[in-house]
Structures are given as C-alpha cells and as structure tokens.
Design a protein around this ligand. Sequence first.
Ligand code: OAD
Length: 229
Amino acid sequence: MKKIVILTGAGMSAESGISTFRDSGGLWEKHHIEDVATPDGWRNNPGLVLEFYNQRRSQLLTCKPNAGHIAVAQLENTFDVQIITQNVDNLHELAGSSKVLHLHGELIKVKSTGPHHEIYDLEEQKPYIKVGDLCPKGFQLRPNIVWFGEDVPEIERAALMVKEADIFVVIGTSLQVYPAAGLLHNVATNVPIYLIDPNDMPNLPKHITVIKKGASDGMKELIKFLQKK
Ligand code: OAD
C-alpha cells in the first residue's frame, strides 16, 4: 500500500464550525496569543488561560467531523494514511482515522505541571479544568496544548513520517507556524505534493499541485487526482 502523509491545520475543521486562527475573524483577532497561548500567559493569569481552553473544549463538544475529515478517513480503504495534525480537536479520530499524530496537543487531554508532565484524559462528565484542579501527584493541571515558545515533542517523529511518504498532502494550514510548516522540506524528491486551501497561498514551491477549495470539496478533487495515478 502506498503511504500518504497528510498535514492538517485549522482549515480542516473550519467547515465543522471551529474558527481558524489567522483568517479574518479568526481566534487570534479576538484573543492575544501572549495572554492565552504562552508559558508567560499561564504564569500571569492561569485562570484566563484555563477559561480560554475550557471555551474551546465546550465548543468542540458541539462539533462533528465534516465531509473532508470523513473523506480523509476513507482514504484508509486504499492507502496507508498517516495524519499529522496541528489541530487540537479530535475530529479526525471521530471521523474514523486510525493514525493521527497531534503536533500541538489535544483539547480532550490535560497535562500535569509537575516535573514529569504526565498526560491524562479529561473525564467526560467534567470537560473543564479550574485553578486548584490537581493531578494525582498534587500538581496543578494545565491544558495539554503546546504553547508558543514551548518545544514540539512530536516534531522528530513527524519528520520521519514525512520522509517516508509516497504522497504528501497539506490541508487547511497557513504554513506560518514552525516547526510544523518546515515539515514540507522533509518530503523526498519526486514525491507528489497536493495542497488544499480555498485562499491564495503565497511563495509556495512550484512543484506543489494546489487545489484551491475548502477541505470537503478539495478532498473530492484530490481523490480524482489520486485515481488518475
Ligand atoms: P491558520 O488559521 O493559520 O490557517 C488556516 C488555513 O486554513 C488558512 O490558510 C486558510 O486559508 C485555510 N482555510 C480556511 N477555511 C478553510 C476550509 N474551509 N478548508 C480548508 N482550508 C481552509 O491555522 P493553522 O495553520 O492551523 O497553534 O495554524 C497553525 C497553528 O497556529 C495552530 O496549530 C495554532 C495556531 O496558533 C497553537 O495554538 C499552538
């Protein structure tokens, strides 16, 4: 089976009703990154940070995978599919994808602020955390999100996956955030690259096939390209 590696970003989940970050009206127009998505923000006002992610989580609980997520999951009938997502939602998993690597963490999990950074599933009956909520070892819990200025622990595993791809696909990411955006440079020579995004993407290498559509329609088009191969 050929191996398809798919890098996804916020645009993948836009049609499920989750705002992107940098489009007009996106999340970073409404919130200051440094207040809610950095270690300094957490030190200055943990309550605000927890509330921000509690809101993201309660919104996620009302969302469903869109036709794009479902089409990505169905590719598993024909290909060995590895998803590398920058998204912290669980919509790829809910759509049925079996191999999903989360580069920037997961909303439905929480992390200990203790020395070993243990990760725990959030209980379904209590999908939020507050200041004072502690891990079993007595340390404050924080969102399991990789904040700006923090290491991206899964990036090396992701780079190895990308190097082994026979086909590489990018869906719904502005490619502005590193190291995730740099994964494009790990694709082996002569491996076809497809990029699905409804907006113009500046400065892309010429050999990328751009499908200028949203995730759902773009996936239909991608499947036509893959059938021709
Ligand atoms: P961005 O908001 O930067 O980019 C979203 C991309 O999705 C843009 O290129 C849009 O044109 C595109 N898009 C919009 N609607 C779409 C649709 N219906 N279908 C497909 N694409 C669509 O989001 P990311 O690139 O994911 O990190 O942002 C990367 C990281 O920055 C995020 O993981 C997050 C953020 O700050 C953290 O919070 C650590």
